[in-house]
Write a protein of this length. Structure first.
Length: 364
């Protein structure tokens, strides 16, 4: 069906197409059975001590204002992340601000956290109980001077409605946001979040969404702070504002964050690095270029406990979730793995252990 509709959809401005998708999903008419997969039980896993039917999630950015998450669960996602939510309603950056790079199976966006604001969104989720694991991604308003205060405001207001809360410090489209990758700025932010957790008795897990453009030396510092302040997970990674040299599309030099296929190996290598340095003790959600069962498997074997997609769905439609799950099941059976959890991090091992695993002299 999507292959028939795609030429029409792609004839529209990307943001117009997205808005039409949101309006269509509000009708909530698609039957869940359309996206069911046989043998899905071998994809069952956990994330932040919560059971997932499968490790395929929808990344933040699609359902920015938490309007259609229950319709999206029908596509077969194991979990969904909404946002980025800011304290006040925000229109975002001037249009046009989303660009399809069809030759590269990629998008560039400079949306700028357009959303309805934490007050509206908290009431919306309160009145519409999620049918699955729902993460809420939070960030600061563009015009806020002390951006830490906006994180604290959103965390306080929204955490009660979330299965987990993502602290977005990595969008390239909000000035000054990536400063929170610096040790002193990140520590200050995490100290404040921990104080709120203690004072308000908030026990929802926190994940930090990281940039793919961090320096190699920064990973150890980030890991130390995450451990020190009891942050349960990281999301690797957000969009990149560099890495344009190998792109083919004429729109490759548009300002904004690049997502999709060109980010696949960059994020997978970063996942492997974090997994090895944390010895698998921090939950990792892998994002960037997930558009098939094989690309999801690569991220999971690099160390991701779960993965998220967005751009892949733009190019392949909602059936992509079912296709990924079917391919993942096939890969697991071919590899003689009993379930998806056995695959986590196996390609982050030293080479000699990978060889032992491949020869089945050891088992995970």
């Amino acid at each position: 069906m999507f292959s028939i509709l795609r030429p029409y959809i792609f004839s529209l401005d990307p943001e117009v197409a997205h808005d039409l998708a949101i309006k269509s999903l509000k009708a909530n008419i698609l039957p869940k059975s359309l996206f069911d997969v046989e043998d899905e039980e071998i994809l069952e896993t956990t994330l932040f001590n919560k059971k997932l039917p499968n490790p395929i999630g929808l990344a933040a950015g699609f359902d920015k204002s938490a309007e259609v998450y229950n319709s999206l669960f029908k596509f077969g996602f194991g979990f969904i992340e909404v946002g980025t939510v800011t304290p006040k309603r925000q229109l975002g950056n001037p249009k046009p601000r989303i660009f399809r790079l069809e030759k590269d199976q990629a998008l560039i966006n400079r949306l700028g956290f357009n959303n309805h604001g934490s007050e509206v969104i908290s009431k919306r989720i309160s009145n519409n109980q999620p049918n699955g694991i729902l993460g809420i991604n939070i960030g600061p308003n563009k015009d806020t001077k002390n951006k830490e205060d906006d994180y604290y405001s959103c965390f306080t207001k929204l955490s009660i409605y979330a299965s987990y809360v993502t602290i977005n410090i990595s969008s390239p489209n909000t000035e000054g946001l990536r400063k929170f990758h610096d040790q002193s700025e990140m520590e200050k932010l995490l100290i404040g979040l921990n104080k709120i957790r203690k004072d308000k008795r908030i026990d929802q897990p926190i994940a930090i969404k990281l940039s793919p453009d961090i320096d190699d030396g920064d990973t150890s510092t980030i890991i130390e702070l995450i451990k020190k302040y009891n942050i349960q997970g990281i999301i690797v990674s957000n969009t990149t504002d560099s890495n344009r040299e190998n792109l083919s599309d004429i729109k490759r030099n548009e300002v904004g964050g690049l997502s999709g296929h060109p980010l696949k190996d960059i994020s997978t290598n970063l996942i492997k690095k974090f997994y090895k340095e944390t010895k698998g003790r921090i939950k990792i959600i892998g994002v960037g270029g997930v558009d098939s069962g094989q690309s999801a498997f690569e991220k999971i074997t690099a160390g991701a406990d779960a993965v998220q997609l967005y751009t892949g769905m733009v190019y392949k439609g909602p059936g992509i979730v079912k296709d990924i799950k079917k391919e993942l099941i096939s890969i697991l059976k071919k590899e003689n793995l009993k379930d998806i959890r056995q695959a986590i991090g196996i390609n982050a091992w030293p080479t000699y252990l990978q060889e032992l695993y491949s020869s089945r002299k050891i088992y995970v």
